[in-house]
Design a protein around this ligand. Structure first.
Ligand SMILES: NC(=O)C1=CN([C@@H]2O[C@H](COP(=O)(O)OP(=O)(O)OC[C@H]3O[C@@H](n4cnc5c(N)ncnc54)[C@H](OP(=O)(O)O)[C@@H]3O)[C@@H](O)[C@H]2O)[C@@H](O)CC1
Ligand SMILES: [K+]
Length: 573
């Protein structure tokens, strides 16, 4: 594991405001800079949807703070480029940002006498808006949108989701009405096609359910300081994650690359073992061992003859994909493997604990067992709710979906494990660690077996990390090492997402593009099967490996510039 590159961090709104206050006091300079960035984004959106900018109809939703000021100043710039701009205020005129309002009016922005009528007209019909600029509230807001603001967005929300409605929405800093510091939705919010934010991410850009409502997010540097404060969440860059991949050298063998032990598949769900095993092999495991019923073993060997159906030394286990809770003898075997993972009879083992293994784990924790961060749990919202309930904190699935960041953090605290919560984007929490948010790929991934593939990928990455640690190749201090399993899990999510983009025929797989359930792609892509994903992992591996700086090859001749010997060639597992 290597040292980490700078990541994309989200800071608390209060800290952002405090850090910028000494510079912004008494000047509108930074608001003008923000407005220029917004106008640039607006022009790109208008060009994208209608070709020309002059004549475009723009509605500004304007609140009483600086967020509304940003919108008014951006509206002034668009009016000067020939757009027909209307401002719909959600506050008394006397409470709007005075100089921004004066500038907007001077540029020809029309102030709507009846803001509700303007919002209704913008929402539909032949004379509807091309672009809506949401400047109701930004980082200064608290709680759900107040009635006047909520009423203004109601007809626009009713026009449908991004991509379905006749206009685009550009959010100033963040979609008004979202929980700025936790990504919740305390009330209505108008989903944006694009958000222009300033200085740094806020948690709402990274944590669902708010995050997917931001659309594409541009972080613009206005020359204001990044706060010196605790990070609420971070989105690791692909370049940072890609450098965790390692190209084997001439001294490598199976056990230096990492051996995965797979406890997957059942009479009822035999295919899960094929998917997880194929994924682990394709991610670069030195060897994959399989413990499964005979029929499952036969099926896996027919597809993957390199899999070894025997127990033995493993550097990471994958427990649970496709296991059947009704199969009591198999559940007992799985439970015994869990005991081994938790260190009941020796050293704890790195592991992915998935699907059918999660309820067994909850029972063990409820009776005093405890995980370590090197064990990665992979629940979806329903499984997370069940786990929390089994650990004494009754939580309906809807509550997990409404506040998944809090649920992931709580599960990490209660279990001691790294928790990968399958949301969009995916959240990864580790005890005491920073919450990671990882773009999880196109909507085509919502298909049976894709979770089994993810478990296999992460299993191979954990095994490689453990092998590196055994060979003294782990880089970085204890702090880096404590969060390393979370980084492995994040890398696994990105490999899975990029493989999905490729398998679905979507070539550009950057995070900005794989976000938003595929609607940001220039083309729609096509359906994929989980097995297609495993075949696309090598290309995804190569993509992530080749975009970042790399560490030295594991070779006595590693004098070559790291990675350069292979760069450009198609080198992958
Ligand atoms: N300062 C600068 O130079 C720069 C600032 N920048 C920009 O300023 C934004 C922060 O500005 P801000 O601090 O004025 O807060 P803001 O987000 O506009 O909200 C406050 C207003 O909303 C109201 N309100 C509150 N809660 C509400 C609710 N639930 N529902 C409805 N309304 C609610 C509140 O009403 P009040 O409580 O005063 O009655 C007040 O009128 C930041 O996000 C960025 O866009 C950038 O341009 C960089 C330079
Ligand atoms: K806003």
């Amino acid at each position: 594991m290597s040292q980490l590159l700078p990541t994309e961090n989200a800071y608390p709104a209060r800290a952002v405001a405090d850090a910028e206050a000494p510079l912004t006091a008494g000047t509108d300079r930074y608001m003008h800079a923000a407005a220029h960035a917004l106008a640039r984004a607006a022009v790109e959106e208008l060009r994208g949807m209608r070709g020309a900018v002059p004549g475009a109809r723009v509605l500004l939703l304007v609140g009483g703070g600086h967020n509304g000021g940003d919108a008014l100043l951006a509206g002034a710039l668009l009016a000067r480029r020939g757009c027909a701009v209307t401002a719909a205020p959600a506050a008394e005129i006397s409470r709007l940002h005075a100089t921004a309002l004066a500038d907007a009016c001077a540029a020809g922005v029309r102030l709507a006498a009846d803001p509700m009528a303007a919002a209704r007209a913008a929402a539909g019909g032949a004379a509807g808006a091309d672009l809506v600029v949401d400047g109701l509230t930004g980082i200064g807001a608290t709680g759900p949108l107040r009635p006047a603001a909520a009423a203004l967005i109601a007809p626009l929300c009713a026009a449908g989701d991004p991509g379905e409605r006749p206009f685009r929405v550009l959010a100033v800093d963040l979609p008004s009405g979202v929980g700025v510091d936790d990504g919740t939705l305390p009330g209505p919010a108008l989903a944006a096609d694009r958000t222009v934010t300033f200085t740094c991410f806020k948690a709402a850009h990274l944590a669902p359910p708010a995050a997917p409502r931001c659309g594409r997010v541009d972080v613009v540097d206005l020359g204001l300081p990044v706060p010196d404060a605790a990070v609420l969440a971070c989105r690791p860059a692909d370049a940072e994650l890609g450098r965790l991949l390692r190209v084997p050298g001439d001294r490598d063998h199976k056990y230096t690359r990492g051996v995965v032990g797979l406890w997957a598949g059942s009479q009822t769900y035999p295919g899960a073992a094929v998917l997880a095993a194929s994924a682990a092999v394709r991610t670069g495991a030195g060897m994959v061992r399989l413990a499964a019923p005979a029929r499952v073993v036969d099926l896996v060997l027919a597809r993957r003859p390199e899999v070894v159906p025997a127990d033995g030394r493993c550097q990471a286990l994958v427990l649970g994909p496709g296991t059947d809770p009704a199969d009591a003898p198999r559940a007992a075997e799985l439970d015994a493997a869990l005991g081994r993972v938790l260190g009941e009879a020796g050293e704890p083992v790195d592991a992915v604990i998935d699907a059918g293994a999660l309820p067994l784990l909850a029972a063990r924790i409820a009776t005093g067992g405890r995980c370590m961060p090197r064990q990665v749990l992979t629940p979806h919202a329903g499984e997370a709710a069940a786990l929390l309930g089994a650990l004494g904190e009754q939580t309906p699935r809807e509550a997990v979906e409404a506040a998944p960041a809090a649920a992931a953090r709580r599960l990490a605290e209660l279990t001691g494990a790294t928790v990968l919560l399958k949301t969009t984007p995916t959240l990864i929490a580790s005890p005491g660690g920073t919450l990671l948010s990882v773009d999880s790929g196109p909507g085509w991934l919502a298909t049976a077996g894709s979770g089994d593939v993810l478990a296999g990928i992460i299993g191979a990455l954990l095994a490689a990390r453990r092998a590196d640690a055994e060979n003294g190749k782990a880089v970085g201090g204890e702090d880096v090492q404590a969060e390393a399993p979370a980084r492995c899990a994040a890398l696994g999510v990105r490999l899975h997402a990029v493989a999905a983009a490729r398998a679905a025929g979507l070539v550009d797989a950057s995070p900005a593009v794989t976000a938003g359930a595929g609607r940001l792609f220039a083309c729609s892509g096509h359906p994929l099967a989980a097995l297609d994903l495993t075949e696309a992992i090598p290309a995804a591996w190569n993509h992530l490996w080749s975009i970042g700086p790399h560490r030295a090859l594991n070779s006595p001749r590693a004098g070559t510039a790291p990675g350069h010997a292979c760069r450009g060639k198609n080198v992958h597992p």
